[in-house]
Design a protein around this ligand. Structure first.
Ligand code: ADP
Length: 622
């Protein structure tokens, strides 16, 4: 995962690089398209305005161009030209021209003779009357003298007013005798040109602006005049004595259009663009007038539109970029989270594997320990069983003296009874012989009982516990020791009750326990004057308590805790093994019971064996 991230860095930079290149291209193309479309819009709207302006100009000019032609046919004017220029009658002609001028709305209407002298004029009564002035230098006069309509824009040399002059020859019987001139007011043309965002210029063939929506641009040239052009102006006095200064326009090409930058009025001449305005130019030629009509459209809207388009595109790109960044970061965070989860899972899995291994090891160890323990327990049980058996056989060895005495006694009696029986048979005394034989049978029976008891004792009882009538093993143990007891002069007091007492145990092993207890009691009372063993059986709730008491010397208090320890003995070497009580303890324990010892107040000891009482009915069923 870490390697993947390292690898993905390079593509990221490549993507970022191409994204910025693409963004730059988009911005550049947006600007280009916006500029193109804005210029196109301007072209369309200013083109329309320009056509209207030209139409209006042509209409106005046409209106005035007919007036001198109409006047030239007037007999008053034809006659006037026949008069001497100083003729006072010409005053009436001037008055007539003033009247006509008032009707047509021209600036001035006047009559010139062949020499170019003004002989009558509508403004005869004004401060600067044309009458008596010679305008033969004016091209319009010269054109009229050539028999055609003379027309031109010019500055009045007398009035200083701009005007458009129309001149037409006055013919007297086919001969040109003079010219009638109408000076039209051009300022009316400029009215209404100051439309929003547009400036209109009308320039002559020399590039001099003579009509303009902006007064400060009037009578200035678009470009500095050449010497030749200046000379012509001086000759024709076209713009009177006005000095034609060039406008400080900066012209440049903008696509298929011309751009004019107009510096701010207060701006430095050397930095035309600063604070000034910029216009896009469209122009059209008015052939018949020899003019060029130009419309200047404010180009700031182009820049504004480009700026807005750039802003919108920039904003969209920035949004796109932010979105992409957001997606990228979310993805990154997601990947990091996944990575963390993977790592955590990996760690967890590692831990689980480790724990499982530890656990399996522990389980295996536990199993081995359990097996070992079971083996040890089995071994212990075997050893215990062997020990029980061994100690039993050892006890048998010790008992053998008593047993042989037990057997010898009936044997001796049987021999005597047999001899007696033979004597009685020889005497034909069958009654007595039979009685002796009966005694012999009794003796045999007793011997058989003793031998059976011994065999039972020596038997290796199967392991396990079962309900057992307690009186039986007690009696069997006593029967085994009977001979010994008699020899030692021991009294046995039994209080076993009249009913069978059944407890959980086993015949042979319980017999072994009682043999041990009785033997120990017998040994203990060896030197006691009173030798009595007392055996009782009592039910104590769920248990049965068998108490074996003797009249021996008791056990020293410091030995009370040790008598059940294996190999603890106070008896002489060769007599005691110190195993009897320890084995008895083990047997009773196997049956789920207990064994304890206490010294009696009146002397001697009491051993108490407690066994679990067995259900009578259950036992009976079994
Ligand atoms: P052993 O009989 O071979 O000595 P036991 O385990 O049967 O081994 O007895 C251990 C010791 O307990 C005996 O040596 C004896 O000192 C003491 N003891 C057992 N029973 C009696 C008893 N009834 N009176 C006095 N001491 C006894």
């Amino acid at each position: 995962m870490a390697m993947l991230r390292k690898l993905s860095l390079r593509p990221f930079f490549l993507v970022a690089l191409s994204a910025s290149a693409l963004s730059s291209f988009i911005l550049w193309e947006t600007a280009r398209q916006a500029r193109f479309s804005a210029i196109d819009d301007i072209k369309k709207s200013s083109g329309g305005t320009l056509a209207l302006v030209v139409e209006n100009l042509s209409g106005e000019l046409a209106k005035y161009s007919f007036q001198p032609r109409l006047l030239s046919t007037s007999s008053v004017l034809v006659d006037a030209l026949k008069h001497d220029p100083d003729d006072p009658n010409l005053r009436r002609v001037s008055e007539e021209l003033a009247r006509i001028n008032g009707v047509t709305g021209a600036l001035a209407t006047y009559l010139m003779n062949r020499g170019g002298l003004t002989i009558a004029a509508s403004n005869w009564a004004s401060e600067g009357p044309f009458v008596g002035r010679n305008f033969n230098f004016r091209p319009y006069f010269q054109q009229a003298m050539h028999g055609r309509l003379g027309r031109m824009f010019a500055m009045g040399t007398t009035s200083g007013e701009r005007g458009y002059f129309f001149a037409y020859p006055v013919r007297d019987q086919g001969r040109i005798s003079g010219a009638v001139v109408v000076k039209m007011d051009v300022s009316i043309l400029e009215r209404g040109w100051r439309a929003e965002g547009h400036e209109i210029l009308v320039v002559d063939d020399a590039g001099v602006v003579f009509l303009s929506s902006r007064p400060e641009w009037r009578l200035r040239s678009l470009t500095p005049l050449t010497a030749e052009q200046q000379q012509r102006l001086d000759q024709t006095r076209l713009y009177a004595d006005e000095k034609i200064d060039p406008l400080n326009f900066v012209l440049s090409a903008d696509g298929d259009m011309t751009r004019i930058s107009v510096p701010d009025a207060g701006a430095d001449e050397g930095s035309p663009h600063r604070g000034g305005r910029s216009f896009l130019v469209q122009e059209t030629a008015m052939e018949h007038a020899g003019w060029r009509v130009m419309i200047l459209s404010d180009a700031s809207s182009v820049e504004a539109r480009v700026r807005i388009a750039m802003l919108v595109a920039g904003f969209m790109l920035a949004s796109l970029f932010l979105l992409a960044l957001n997606i990228y970061q979310r993805r990154k965070r997601f990947n990091e989270r996944i990575e963390l989860q993977e790592a955590a899972r990996g760690e967890l899995e590692g831990k689980v594997v480790e724990r499982t291994r530890d656990l399996s090891r522990a389980v295996a160890q536990l199993r081995a320990e359990v097996n070992e323990r079971e083996r040890a327990e089995a071994h212990l049980r075997r050893t215990q069983d062997e020990l029980i058996q061994a100690s039993k056989l050892a006890a048998l060895g010790q008992l053998s003296a008593g047993v042989s005495h037990e057997l010898n006694q009936p044997l001796t009696a049987i021999r005597s009874y047999a001899e007696n029986a033979r004597v009685f048979l020889s005497r034909q005394d069958s009654g007595m012989a039979d009685s002796n034989l009966g005694r012999i049978a009794e003796m045999c029976e007793r011997m058989a009982r003793i031998i059976r008891n011994l065999r039972t004792y020596a038997r290796n009882e199967p392991v396990g516990s079962r309900p057992t009538r307690l009186q039986q093993p007690i009696r069997d143990a006593l029967a085994l020791l009977d001979g010994e007891f008699r020899k030692a002069g021991i009294d046995v007091e039994l209080d076993l009750g009249n009913e069978d007492v059944v407890a959980i145990g086993g015949d042979v092993r319980l017999q072994q326990v009682f043999v041990n207890l009785f033997s120990n009691a017998m040994d203990a009372m060896e030197k006691s004057p009173l030798r009595r063993i007392n055996v009782t059986i009592n039910r104590e709730s769920d248990e049965v308590a068998i108490k074996v008491s003797d009249t021996g010397p008791g056990i020293a208090p410091e030995d009370l805790d040790r008598v059940f320890d294996p190999f603890f003995t106070t008896k002489d070497v060769g007599k005691g093994t110190g195993l009897g009580l320890s084995i008895s303890y083990g047997i009773v324990n196997q049956f789920g019971g207990s064994i304890e010892v206490a010294n009696r107040q009146e002397g001697g000891t009491t051993f108490t064996v407690r066994l679990l009482a067995a259900d009578q009915r259950r036992e009976a069923a079994e």
